[in-house]
Each structure stands twice: as structure tokens, then as C-alpha cells.
Design a protein around this ligand. Structure first.
Ligand SMILES: CC(C)(COP(=O)(O)OP(=O)(O)OC[C@H]1O[C@@H](n2cnc3c(N)ncnc32)[C@H](O)[C@@H]1OP(=O)(O)O)[C@@H](O)C(=O)NCCC(=O)NCCS
Length: 203
């Protein structure tokens, strides 16, 4: 199934209107997409990911034009990968219902990051503009950090590190990461000179 047609309709009409209707007393939950994921989980993730890429192209290394061509099987393979901890923030209206996904972030294991056996990565952090400054970015990242902390240590290895890249002018993201203790890795450089490498030692 090609998600392109479906996703652009979802982004421009249904999603935004539906959210605005329920903004007054929204509650939030942050959770990991289970493995194996349901079809609904896969759809939710693909929609929020594409919405993020479309809304804030400057924030990511990947592009909406590329990812919107992904098939359902490709999205499925991404979220059921054991080396990816895929986090979702969901907004639920007080009168119930399934709620809407309004944020996502993922943690990649050292097997995917390939910077050493103790190095995990943060990718794809995005919160819907109507739900920013409510602590969701922080909650998702804390959830991911807790997961890293619970992962087995490499015997005789170094302290686990969580690494990420941030677009230099992105003050919101720098505030989020800095607030959680991430530091700039001054001795390292990103391929893109407009991006800054940051790291957190996870004790
Ligand atoms: C960056 C982003 C994920 C932050 O999400 P959020 O849910 O609004 O962040 P939170 O509400 O959890 O805020 C976390 C901290 O950052 C600060 N912050 C968030 N947005 C800020 C802004 N625009 N300016 C200054 N500080 C900001 C908050 O005050 C908070 O500070 P605290 O830790 O001292 O309390 C969100 O702005 C976003 O999705 N941006 C577009 C995509 C993006 O840039 N992703 C990052 C890619 S590296």
C-alpha cells in the first residue's frame, strides 16, 4: 500500500481539524509502540512521522518527499525492528476515544548507530505545533533515556551514551536537550556543518 495519497489528505484536513476540536482539556500519554505492532500502530507512526517531516523539514536529515513513498511493509519493518524504541505521545480528549498521535521520537540501539557498543541514538523527535511547550518532548525523551538505562551494559564497556544531531538554529530543540543534560560534543563534527552533535552520558 502506498501511503502518499492517504497521508497528504490526513495531514491537510482531518488531523488538524480533529485536534483543534479537542484542545481545551486534553490529556497526554507517552508509550512505546509494541513489537509486534498492530496495523493501527504502524499507521499512527507513519502519519505522525510524515506530518513532522512536512511541517519541519529543516529539523530532520530525511525528507517528506522520500518517506511519503514508503510502502506499508517498509513502515512495518521500521517499527517492528527490535533495535528501535519507537515512542509516541498521544492526546486524548476528556470524553474518551482513542486519541490522536501528536508526537514521536525514537531511540536506536548501538547496532543501528554503529558508533560503538555503548552508543545509542535519538532520532525523529517531533511534537505537533499545537501541543508544544507542554512537556511532551521532555516526557518522550525521559522515557527513552529510562529505556536505555535498563538495557544490559556491555561487559567491561564504557558508560552508555545517547547521541543526537541538532540543527544549529533550533533553539527549541537545544533547550529540550540541554534541559535534560545533553552537552555539545565539541571534539566531534556532523557531516552537515549546520548541525551540532550532542551527547548525554546515561548513568
Ligand atoms: C523541539 C521540540 C520537540 C520540543 O518539544 P516540546 O514538547 O515543545 O518541548 P517541551 O515542552 O518538553 O520543552 C522542553 C524544554 O524545552 C524548552 N523549550 C521548548 N520549546 C522552546 C522554545 N521554542 N524556545 C525556548 N525553549 C523551549 C521548554 O521550556 C522546556 O524547558 P525546561 O526543560 O526548562 O522545562 C518541538 O519544538 C518540535 O517538535 N520542534 C520541531 C521538530 C524538531 O525541531 N525536532 C528536533 C530535531 S533534533
Amino acid at each position: 500500500m502506498n501511503l502518499k495519497t492517504f497521508s497528504s489528505h490526513f495531514i491537510t484536513v482531518d488531523f488538524c481539524h480533529h485536534l483543534s476540536d479537542h484542545m481545551s482539556a486534553t490529556s497526554y500519554e507517552v508509550f512505546r509502540i509494541p513489537i509486534p505492532p498492530s496495523k493501527a500502530d504502524i499507521m499512527s507512526y507513519s502519519q505522525i512521522r510524515l506530518l513532522g517531516l512536512k511541517t519541519n523539514p529543516e529539523a530532520f536529515g530525511s525528507k517528506f518527499e522520500v518517506e511519503s513513498l514508503r510502502t506499508f511493509a517498509e513502515w512495518k519493518a521500521r517499527v517492528e525492528n527490535e533495535d528501535r524504541f519507537t515512542i509516541i505521545a498521544r492526546a486524548t480528549p476528556p470524553n474518551g476515544g482513542d486519541g490522536d498521535c501528536v508526537g514521536t521520537a525514537s531511540i536506536l540501539t548501538p547496532a543501528m548507530v554503529e558508533q560503538g557498543p555503548d552508543v545509542y541514538g535519538v532520532v525523529g523527535m517531533w511534537v505537533h505545533p499545537e501541543h508544544r511547550m507542554k512537556g511532551l518532548g521532555r516526557r518522550m525523551l525521559e522515557f527513552g533515556i529510562d529505556w536505555v538505562r535498563e538495557r544490559p551494559r556491555v561487559k567491561g564497556g564504557e558508560a552508555r551514551r545517547l547521541v543526537l544531531e541538532v540543527h544549529r538554529p533550533n533553539e527549541a530543540a537545544k533547550a529540550l536537550y540541554g534541559g535534560l543534560g545533553f552537552l555539545e560534543a565539541k571534539e566531534e563534527k556532523c557531516e552537515d556543518p549546520n548541525r551540532i552533535p550532542m551527547f548525554l552520558v546515561v548513568e
